[in-house]
Design a protein around this ligand. Structure first.
Ligand SMILES: *Cc1c(COP(=O)(O)O)cnc(C)c1O
Length: 404
């Protein structure tokens, strides 16, 4: 069920952050989307349809796995994994694309577009494009196309047109700008499926509500098995949708500590990281007011991360709010540390995680030690790492990149 979350939600603001700062040409479409969504949120038939696809197509509820081997290897808190990697298409992204595709269908749109970084949101969008018969166009940075060739081919097989974007750093930020431009031109027949809790109101709220299923299920599953709540919850943060979906289930349980993990990249200089909470300042990006990595003149500074899905110089406005309120603590993990955690999780637990998720694992390892035994630590395993195999092999010297 999509739940009613109302606090701090005045006209799409979360404290000082959020809002709708989109080009005027999109205002009507955004108001229309908000109106439609508010109506569908309360509509029993819509909720039943969403439930149907969650159960019979995505494969929900996803498993909650006790990671016995990681627990003993790390020597601290018990480690639990919410298995979004087992969803159809391999990550949490499909929770959102199914929901937004149902909205697009209701609004009579025939064409859907999306931006993508690692390609997981692009694949999840191409998938619902096929499932519901939309014309589908996905914008992806040329640099990300190089890193994530497999996902480009998957999208094409699913019938989507993939448009390479070579402006800027040719990564997620540039793909997002290009998707917004396309939407402004084609808004009459097109719905833009934003892939994270970013963008102008109502997108951060819509995406959060569709991802909240992660935290709601986790809480139920954890309680049933342990008759208590976890002591801490960890998730990686790019735009912040898997983390937001997970955290929402525990937000009001003040004893549960929440940690978001951003990409520390290869250093602290501008252009070397995607650590928005650490280095960002209030600003505007892609239609929302949030923390943005920018220079003194307010120009957005390109982000970097070994994982294409975390490579974004902004963050969802509601995360910026949780950062300022202190409800969620944000940490950073470097490229190298994420690569180490990636291989460790493969070898110890028999799970190949996404490089994005590997950032969460690395921080969880030190947190598990700090928490100590008899405590419980829940990690959002946001996606599987098949897409990253060639890039990790190249970076760790396991192969010369011949996997492509
Ligand atoms: C896209 C992606 C992320 C980052 O996006 P969020 O919106 O921050 O969740 C993290 N993990 C995986 C597996 C992804 O595909």
């Amino acid at each position: 069920m999509v739940k009613e979350h109302s606090f701090t939600e005045k006209e799409g603001y979360f404290g000082d952050f959020g809002g709708r700062y989109a080009p005027e040409i999109l205002t009507e479409a955004l108001l229309d989307l908000e109106k439609t969504y508010l109506r569908l949120k309360k509509n029993k038939k819509f909720q039943k349809e969403l439930e149907y696809y969650r159960k019979n197509y995505i494969g929900r509820p996803s498993l909650l796995t006790y990671a016995e081997r990681l627990t003993s290897a790390w020597g601290g808190a018990r480690i639990w994994l919410k298995r979004e990697d087992l969803n159809h298409t391999g990550s949490h992204k499909i929770n959102n694309t199914i929901g937004q595709a149902l909205i697009a269908k209701e609004m009579g749109k025939r064409r859907i577009i999306a931006e993508t970084g690692a390609g997981q949101h692009g694949v999840a969008t191409a998938t619902v494009g096929a499932l519901f018969g939309f014309e589908t166009v996905v914008f992806m940075g040329e640099e990300d196309l190089r890193r994530q060739k497999l996902n480009e081919i998957r999208m094409q097989m699913l019938g989507a047109r993939v448009v390479g974007v070579s402006s800027g750093t040719a990564t997620l930020k540039d793909a997002t700008s290009e998707a917004m431009r396309d939407w402004a031109l084609n808004v009459s027949n097109t719905h833009y499926i934003v892939g994270s809790v970013i963008g102008p109101h109502p997108f951060p709220t819509i995406v959060r509500d569709f991802q909240a299923v992660i935290g709601e299920e986790s809480k139920k599953q954890f309680k049933k098995r342990n008759n208590k709540l976890p002591d801490a919850v960890v998730a990686c943060v790019g735009g912040g949708s898997n983390a937001m979906g997970m955290f929402y289930g525990f937000l009001k349980d003040k004893k549960v500590k929440l940690y978001g993990v951003e990409a520390g990249g290869k250093g602290n200089l501008p252009g070397e990281h995607s650590a928005t909470m650490l280095f960002g300042k209030p600003g505007f990006l892609h239609g929302t007011k949030t923390l943005v990595i920018q220079d003194e003149g307010g120009q957005v500074v390109p982000a970097h991360s070994v994982s294409a899905g975390l490579d974004y110089p902004g963050v969802g406005p509601e995360h910026a709010y949780f950062h300022s309120s202190g409800r969620v603590k944000y940490e950073t993990v470097s490229d190298q540390a994420a690569l180490d955690a990636f291989l460790e999780v493969c070898r110890i637990e028999g799970i190949i995680p996404a490089l994005e998720t590997a950032h969460a694992f690395h921080f969880a390892k030190s947190l598990a030690k700090d928490l100590g035994k008899k405590r419980d630590l829940l990690i959002c395993l946001s996606g599987r790492g098949d897409k990253d195999v060639a890039e990790v092999a190249r970076l760790t010297g396991l192969s010369d990149g011949g996997i492509h």
